[in-house]
Ligand binder design. Structure first.
Ligand code: COA
Length: 329
């Protein structure tokens, strides 16, 4: 028997029906389809408009689909981790609400907040419980309802983000498949470059913070761009090198869908042809913690058992990293 590894044994995504196209945005802010397409690669994003629904509902839809698809009963789930920056409420955590909404009565849950790297951080966290054989079935969800924190009068941010959720089931495998290695990094000096200023303990909500539009995502796009390329390239290189591989040995690169130009630049630096890069930014935009599992979900049919897959992400914090896994099914 080989070493016990945490493997993704199922993946499911969920996105809202409503589309916000570049042409819709043209009517809302001073922008145009040509600018958005050439600068970001995004054509449309999904927006959650169901009354009373929030991030936990998108998570619950993805998890219910995942349970059905993998033939898993809700009571079998030990733990649900939700990566998000758009929790339903500041507290309690969204994961506990998701446990309730999917009927996972024997599970506990907690949230991970690492912005666009959230899914990667949550996946590595969940994997520890499987690898050390504490639990048998862990679900990791990456989900964000970015429309709840986007200022639709700010053309610098409103063209980029969308809503969506993706969930994976983690189980033990001893056949060599599963998570092989990862590199996670952080640099808190980047916290001013990409953040939501108010609403936390530093700047609690007041009439003034609302009037100053401080409850929306802010970014210095150019600086984020530069750090994102560097962070993803360096950690992919590190994980590939220390597993004695080259880019040629990697079947799929799964980059955070931040901006098509960032993805292209990362792929070029790493010598990955775009055919080996998972992409869905054109139709969903940047769904923050949702991008990586949504990519895996959409490319699931193309993945084969044993494929070498490298996930990479960069986000607010700054946070970034890369993870290498062998696809398990
Ligand atoms: N439509 C039209 N013009 C726009 C615009 C829009 N939606 N958004 C910005 N502009 C304008 C700017 O105001 C600026 O005008 P100015 O020169 O008169 O000041 C001009 O376009 C160029 O802006 P700039 O910021 O240099 O563009 P850019 O090429 O850097 O692209 C981003 C802007 C935001 C698309 C890009 O920086 C980016 O994607 N950064 C990373 C963001 C990201 O991924 N965030 C998620 C976190 S992982």
């Amino acid at each position: 028997m080989g070493k016990t590894r945490a493997a993704i044994t199922g993946v499911q995504g969920w996105v809202p029906e409503d589309r916000l196209t570049n042409f819709d945005l043209e009517k809302m802010v001073d922008t145009n389809d040509e600018w958005i397409t050439s600068r970001t690669g995004i054509k449309e994003r999904r927006i959650l408009r169901t009354p009373g629904w929030a991030t936990s509902d998108m998570c619950a839809e993805a998890v219910k689909g995942l349970l059905e698809k993998t033939g898993t009963k809700p009571g079998e789930i030990d733990l649900i981790i939700v990566a998000t920056v758009t929790a339903d409420m500041i507290f309690p955590d969204t994961a506990n609400t998701v446990c309730d909404k999917v009927g996972a009565k024997n599970a506990f849950g907690f949230d991970v907040n690492a912005a666009c790297s959230g899914f990667l951080f949550a996946l590595t966290t969940g994997a520890q419980f499987i690898q050390n054989e504490t639990y048998k079935k862990v679900i990791v969800v990456g989900a964000d309802m970015m429309s709840s924190i986007i200022d639709y009068t700010d053309r610098n941010t409103c063209v980029i983000f969308g809503d969506g959720a993706g969930a994976v089931l983690l189980e033990a495998r001893k056949d060599g498949t599963g998570i092989q290695d990862f590199v996670l990094r952080g640099d808190g000096t980047g916290r001013h470059v990409l953040h939501m200023k108010a609403g936390g303990s530093l700047h609690p909500a007041t009439a003034e913070t609302v009037a100053n539009r401080e409850h929306y995502a802010y970014q210095d796009g150019k600086r984020v761009f530069m750090h994102a390329v560097r962070g993803m390239v360096s950690t992919v290189e590190e994980v590939i090198r220390r597993n004695k591989m080259t880019a040629e040995d990697v079947d799929w690169l799964v980059p955070h869908q931040a901006n098509m130009r960032i993805i292209t630049s990362v792929a070029e630096h790493l010598h990955f042809p775009l055919e080996k890069v998972m992409l869905n930014i054109e139709k969903y935009g940047n769904t923050t913690a949702g991008t990586l599992p949504l990519c895996l979900w959409e490319y699931e049919n193309k993945l084969k058992k044993g494929d070498n897959v490298v996930l990479t992400a960069f986000g607010g914090g700054f946070t970034w990293g890369s993870l290498y896994l062998k696809w398990a099914y």
